[in-house]
Design a protein around this ligand. Sequence first.
Ligand code: COA
Length: 185
Amino acid sequence: MEARIVKLADGRTLEVRQAKQEDADQLLAFLPSAFEETDCLLMTRKEFDNTLDQGTDFLGKIAASQTQLALVGILDHVLVAVLTFTVRDLERVRHAGEVGLIVSKDSWGCGIGKTMMSCLHQSAEGNSETTKIDLRVRLSNRRAIKLYENLGYQVEGWIRKAVKIGDQYDDHYWMGKEMPFDDRY
Ligand SMILES: CC(C)(COP(=O)(O)OP(=O)(O)OC[C@H]1O[C@@H](n2cnc3c(N)ncnc32)[C@H](O)[C@@H]1OP(=O)(O)O)[C@@H](O)C(=O)NCCC(=O)NCCS
C-alpha cells in the first residue's frame, strides 16, 4: 500500500503506511502501554515480553509476506495506531482475513480507527484475492462496534464466554464485511 497522509477532523495529519523493521522500537513502546490502557485486547501487559530483535524480525517477516499486512498510523512522528490483517495461506480460506486494530488511548475519538480501517479497505480493493474481512470484538466494546458498524460491518456470529477477566466473562461478536471494500457504506 502506498503511504497515505490523511487530515483528521481536528486539523492534525495522520500518516498511514506499511510497518517497516525500523518501526520496531516505537512498536515496542506502543504495544505494552496499549495492553495496559485497555482490557479489550486478548493479551495483557504482563504477557507481552518481546525484545527489540523479536520485534524487528516480526516486522521484517510481515513486510516480506504476501498474506500478512501491518499498517502503522503516525501522528507528529509518534506511532499511535497499528492495524494487522492476517490471512491463512491455504487455498480454501485465502480470500478472507482477520483484522486487529489498536489506537493509543490518548488519541481515541479523533477518527484514527476509521482512517486505519479505510486504508485497509483501500489495500484490500487492490488485492484481487481478498473478498472478505472478518474481525472479533467484545460485546462490551461499544466504541469498536460503532466504528465497525459505521464502516458497513455486520454481526455474523456470537461466541459466548469468549473472554474471562477476573471472574467476569464477556462474549465476542464475529463481524464481517464483503467486497466492495470502498467506503460507500
Ligand atoms: C476501538 C478503537 C480502535 C477505536 O479507535 P478510534 O480512533 O477511537 O475510532 P474513531 O475515532 O475512528 O471512531 C470511533 C467511533 O466510536 C464512537 N464512540 C466513541 N465512544 C463511544 C461509546 N462509548 N459508545 C459508542 N460509540 C462510541 C465515536 O463517536 C466514533 O463514531 P463516529 O465516527 O460515528 O463519531 C480504539 O478505541 C482502540 O484501540 N481501543 C482499544 C483496542 C480495541 O478495542 N481494538 C479493537 C478490538 S476489535
